[in-house]
Design a protein around this ligand. Structure first.
Ligand SMILES: [Ca+2]
Ligand SMILES: [Ca+2]
Length: 101
């Protein structure tokens, strides 16, 4: 998975707390989630580190991705689309304004 490789900076096919923190903190789409009052890195790991080895492996990351990241990403994209659409709609309106000499 492309995202997994991006998070896994030292390429040991495992994601440490540090790697996941650095990655998510650098992602625009993750900011809203990270700033939620009930968000805690400890909870994230206790929830998704199923074998409790202190690292997130590919399988565990897929769980996290499907459970959480996918939704965040799609919401973010939708938001972008809406902004683009409204910008286009605004241009349409401007074109429709009759011009008086
Ligand atoms: Ca790693
Ligand atoms: Ca694990």
């Amino acid at each position: 998975m492309k995202m997994f490789d991006e998070v896994d900076k030292n390429h040991d096919i495992l994601l440490s707390h540090g790697e996941l923190k650095v990655y998510l903190r650098s992602q625009v789409w993750a900011q809203k989630w990270l700033k939620e009052n009930d968000f805690h890195w400890r909870d994230l790991f206790s929830k998704y580190d199923s074998n409790e080895d202190g690292m997130i492996d590919k399988e565990e990351f897929t769980m996290l991705y499907n459970d959480k990241l996918k939704t965040l990403l799609s919401t973010d994209r939708q938001h972008d689309d809406e902004e683009t659409m409204s910008r286009e709609a605004r241009e349409d309106i401007m074109l429709q304004v009759p011009r008086y000499p």
